[in-house]
Design a protein around this ligand. Sequence first.
Ligand code: DAH
Length: 363
Amino acid sequence: MDHAATGEQALAQIAAAQDLGALETLRVAFLGKQGSISGLLKTLGAMSPDERQRIGPQIHALRESVTEALAARKDALESAALALRLASETVDLTLPAPEAPRGSIHPVSQVMDELAEIFADMGFSVATGPEIEDDWHNFTALNIPESHPARAMHDTFYFPDKDGDGRAMLLRTHTSPVQIRAMLDQGAPIRIIAPGRVYRSDSDATHTPMFHQIEGLVIDRGIHLGHLKWTLETFLKAFFERDDIVLRLRPSYFPFTEPSVEVDVGYARDNGAVGGSGDEPGRGWMEVLGSGMVNRKVIAAGGLDPDEWQGFAFGTGVDRLAKLKYGMEDLRAFFDGDARWNRHYGFNPNDVPTLSGGVGTAA
Ligand code: DAH
């Protein structure tokens, strides 16, 4: 058999293969398990040593040249295919870019980010607690005992079953239980804010069954009402981005603070703009926060000695703050998930609130 002729023929076939499929068929025909060259290799075993010494190198050389030719042809076919694709797939760079779909940050998320940024600057960290709470953290530890009318006022969603410790389980009605959890977890001193979802069985234009609150808690030695007032004033000025915010502190009552104050800000009745005193004609006071000095009983429930540690706390609705600052009318629309609403009121995800850049740069 003339292996040189076989080789020439094979190389010619390979050179003539027009596509990768045809080339693969040839590879199988020559080098596959049943291939002709594989068949030749198998004949070596039956040869005499002499014959094998003479013919063996020829067959091996044949296999090598065919293998190389296959690889070279494969390369050539592939680059030809690539060249063809590059030539046909052109991009017209003069066309206008299609409008990129853009998500937007929900005003509630935006305001929470703004609050975290403002309070971080004052040394507060963000604490969280569970939305499924027990009645001890949500009520009892906050000085709202079982028979207290505040329990009824909170329109609580209860779960049918109690937890392992026999505590009634509920959806937290406010973020105040995070005060207790922070004291028990961290000890003192403490400087935290706790934003999150809260739940009450209530629904109309200004109430939704789920809404957002933010809680603040400072525990340290020698804390007094002046610290509270300064902190809230600094916070509200940063949040509303104006220096003329005027606060009015009104005596109030919350079971977990003593004394308790409600905080109003002055605003203009014609356009709702916050700022200035509320006492002049055409102006009014708007309640924005509940707060007070943390009740001794609450400090004790948090595992701290109220003779050593004092503190102040505050709480407010995040959704309401968003409404006040950005002027939405109906609270229910916040939670409808209507993309058009969010496009209108939402914020550019690339605009991260910073104190230096303005915490509330609108989209
Ligand atoms: N937890 C109160 C509520 O949901 C708000 C509140 C008032 C929180 C006074 C406080 C506070 O921390 O001191 O209505």
